[in-house]
Design a protein. Structure first.
Length: 65
């Protein structure tokens, strides 16, 4: 697991989880298991999202205007 993903655990309870327990805590928390990982493709795809659609509650591109 990359260090960036493990830092999400640290943000929940800062300075209470030692580095060697971060991965174990990450795997034990169901919230982190439902979040899909960011891939190279998904990060490039995110450049098309610019606006927040209040009705759909999601990010949309300028083409929705």
């Amino acid at each position: 697991m990359c260090e960036t993903g493990l830092e999400n655990v640290r943000r929940l309870v800062p300075r209470r989880i030692p580095n060697y327990d971060l991965e174990k805590c990450h795997k034990a928390e169901p919230l982190f298991q439902t979040v899909p990982p960011v891939t190279l493709f998904s990060s490039l795809k995110s450049f098309t999202f610019r606006l927040w659609d209040e009705e759909r509650h999601r990010l949309v591109g300028f083409s929705h205007l």
